[in-house]
Design a protein around this ligand. Structure first.
Ligand SMILES: Nc1ncnc2c1ncn2[C@@H]1O[C@H](COP(=O)(O)OP(=O)(O)O)[C@@H](O)[C@H]1O
Ligand SMILES: [Mg+2]
Length: 395
């Protein structure tokens, strides 16, 4: 009995490494928050110690642990017992988090409280960039400050979709400089955009630039951009699950993935790939968006051109919510060409879909990290008081 359980206990622990505390940028296992994790007769029981009992991330961490555990083969029920860390456990955790932060090769200016969502898809042409741009626009329209990082280095499309003409500028001097994102006011909020397409005027020059920095372009964008304040950072990922994805997981472990799919896409294959990526990179899948879900003709009849249920199936398979289904709308394409995202055209039904997805993101799927009572604030105060982190004491 013992040996079979030992195997599944280990598998459970591995799965829990996919649960990242977004404030601390490390997974709950390595942070010492998992006191025990056992699988017995199809039932997973996880004891999770929170830094403080009233941690605002409480329900999110619990839901993430439940999702990660229930995805394991052979697990039918999950019980999460929440506890609170002792003072010693808490200081060990803070030491670990500070050490981890100091080890990170990246010093980004992405604020600790910003949630980073990478929109990814198995293949190109599913409308990922269109969805990302409109979702970012809808989030900004609701009064938030939203960064938009176009990580599709070769196939950048964000500037065109937003009708941005400007160029990115650098601030600072030769030794110490940073890139200033291009800002665009949207409703009560703001978009801050960084894209390869905003870097150089001449196409030739752009290609040369790309050749120089391609392999490290995303890292440059993460390290060298002065984002200022941000509520969300949305990353438009290149198609596929290549180096840039894994790099992002390594460089910015608190990144969460949103998978964009079409009803036609073989949900099983996309799910398998996404789950595989999540495992390798320990990225959490925050949700699924189905695009091109249906078409409504001028007579009001709805056609499901690409089949039904793909988004729901994929969401169930990766254990994440379906954030929304975006219908086909020719204005979505022309909105892109005229640089006025359809999310702003409130007379279009599809604009309501984006507004509703933005609302769900903020309220349920990836709520803003409260800075009042929890760990990020503690960490910042510690950094201020103690200076650079020392390695954690051997435990
Ligand atoms: N919901 C939609 N309705 C109509 N056209 C769409 C929709 N989503 C995307 N498109 C169109 O599909 C094409 C591919 O979209 P794009 O966002 O560039 O995809 P990706 O970034 O996945 O390659 C574009 O011409 C775009 O305008
Ligand atoms: Mg694209």
């Amino acid at each position: 009995m013992g040996s079979a359980n030992a195997g599944s206990d280990q598998a459970l622990l591995d799965a829990l490494r996919g649960v990242v505390d977004p404030e601390l940028g490390d997974n709950v296992v390595d942070l010492g928050m998992v006191r025990s994790a056992r699988v017995e007769e199809g039932r997973a029981v996880v004891e999770l110690a929170l830094t403080v009992a009233s941690c605002p991330l409480r329900s999110q961490l619990k839901a993430d642990v439940e999702a990660a555990a229930s995805r394991l083969a052979g697990v039918e029920a999950v019980e999460v017992r929440l506890g609170e860390m002792s003072a010693e456990e808490r200081s060990a955790l803070m030491a670990r988090a500070r050490w981890k932060a100091s080890q990170s090769p990246l010093r980004t200016e992405i604020p600790a409280r910003a949630r980073v969502l990478a929109l990814a898809s198995g293949k190109g042409g599913v409308g990922k960039s269109s969805v990302t741009v409109n979702l970012a626009t809808a989030l900004a329209a609701s009064g938030l400050t939203v960064g938009l990082l176009d990580a599709d280095i070769w196939g950048f499309s964000v500037p065109r979709l937003l009708g941005l003409q400007g160029r990115l500028e650098a601030e600072g001097n030769r030794e110490s400089w940073s890139i200033v994102p291009l800002e665009k006011p949207v409703g009560q909020g703001r978009l801050k955009v960084v894209s390869m397409g905003l870097l150089a005027d001449q196409e030739d020059e752009a290609i040369m630039w790309r050749g120089l920095v391609l392999s490290r372009a995303v890292q440059h964008f993460l390290e060298d951009v002065a984002w200022g304040d941000l509520d969300y950072l949305l990353v438009d990922m290149p198609p596929g699950t290549g180096d840039i994805q894994m790099g992002l997981a390594r460089m910015l472990p608190r990144t969460e993935m949103v998978i964009v799919t079409t009803p036609a896409a073989a949900a099983e294959r996309v799910a398998a790939r996404a789950a595989d990526m999540a495992r390798k990179g320990f990225l959490r899948v925050a949700g699924v968006i189905e695009n091109m879900s249906s078409f409504t003709c001028e007579h009001g009849t709805e056609y499901r051109l690409f089949g039904t249920g793909g988004g729901v199936r994929l969401a169930a398979q990766v254990g994440a919510p379906l954030i929304g289904s975006v219908p086909l709308d020719p204005e979505l394409a022309s909105g892109g060409d005229s640089g006025r995202p359809v999310a702003l055209r409130t007379e279009r039904p599809v604009a309501k879909v984006f507004a509703e997805m933005a609302r769900r993101l903020v309220t349920e799927v990836a709520p803003l990290v409260e800075m009042s009572g929890c760990t990020a604030r503690m960490l910042e105060r510690l950094e201020d008081a103690l200076g650079p982190a020392a390695p954690p004491a051997a435990s």
